[in-house]
Design a protein around this ligand. Structure first.
Ligand code: A3P
Length: 281
């Protein structure tokens, strides 16, 4: 039995997001040099939690080797943020959030810290979520694929509608402080682009080292990033590994032809006013 809270029109499991955590984020004071990873779940969050600290530290692997991803680049809306003493962390601090743009707290709009917004082909987000939801105890069981598909398209899943999330962030006011990048672009290597946006100059050797560490096969071996520290009762990786496939286009192995067509029709309708050219289009 999973208890959910209905917060700002999206569902979040209350075990991870008790009211105190949401209040903490609401009142959080950003610093101008904070760096924020923003994603809809299953879009490449963990990957960016590996890449960004490596870029910010000029390639020093200490943090990715000694800190779990959730402590290294903590979620501001999760209960763990309450005990991490984030106010005492030296700048530049790095945080993660799955919040929609419209849910961001007042300080975010005043301070305008840099954001890296990672998006992914929603059919792959759906596929990844379908496997992930089935392996965790704190998320509602996905049920049959066709039912989960409808829930996903209707936004009746954790953190609500993918369409609203992406559209909200694409329509953000202060776009110069936001870097939009896709999972599909990350697969083609983008350490240099992200470093440039973060105003970090890295030499070729360091850039290559970072890219290598962030390869799926190498991240899978990093016990600080592969969620192996989470007890099986919470996340059962024998059902589906957290770092599951790490490819683009796995939806082709998951959706029936009819489901894919239906998905495309909903996508076309919901995204009709969006001018952004997605890499997966
Ligand atoms: P799959 O389930 O399709 O394999 P998030 O961290 O936002 O929850 O996203 C998880 C997805 O990102 C999973 O997708 C996971 O395998 C993938 N992923 C994580 N690290 C990756 C990497 N280094 N390279 C490619 N994919 C990665």
């Amino acid at each position: 039995y999973v208890q959910y809270m209905y917060f700002c029109c999206v569902y979040v499991p209350s075990s991870l997001h008790p009211p105190e955590s949401l209040r903490y984020y609401e009142e959080f004071a950003f610093r101008p040099d904070d760096k924020l990873i923003v994603t809809y779940p299953k879009s490449g969050t963990t990957w960016m939690q590996e890449m960004l600290p490596l870029i910010m530290s000029g390639g020093d692997p200490a943090s990715v080797e000694t800190l779990h991803n959730w402590d290294r680049v903590p979620w501001l809306e999760e209960n763990r943020a309450l005990i991490l003493n984030l106010e005492k962390r030296p700048s530049p601090r790095m945080f993660t959030t799955h919040f929609h743009y419209s849910m961001m707290p007042p300080s975010f709009f005043e301070v305008k810290p840099k954001v890296i917004y990672v998006m992914r082909n929603p059919k792959d987000v759906f596929t990844s979520a379908f496997h992930y939801f089935g392996s965790t105890s704190f998320l509602v069981k996905p049920g049959p694929q066709s039912e989960f598909l409808q829930k996903f398209l209707d936004g009746q899943v954790i953190f609500g509608s993918w369409f609203d999330h992406v559209k909200g962030w694409l329509n953000a006011k202060d776009k110069e402080s936001i870097m939009y990048i896709s999972y599909e672009e990350l697969l083609k290597d983008s350490v240099t682009r992200i470093a440039q946006f973060m105003e970090k100059s890295l030499d070729t050797e360091v850039t290559e080292k970072i890219a290598d560490r962030c390869l799926f096969k190498n991240m899978k071996k990093n016990s600080m990033s592969n969620y192996s520290a989470v007890p099986k009762e919470i996340m059962d990786q024998s059902k589906s590994e957290f770092l599951r496939k790490g490819i683009a286009g796995d939806w082709k192995n998951q959706l029936t032809e009819a489901e894919a067509e239906y998905f495309d029709a909903v996508y076309k309708d919901k995204m009709k006013d969006v001018k952004y050219k997605f890499v997966w289009d």
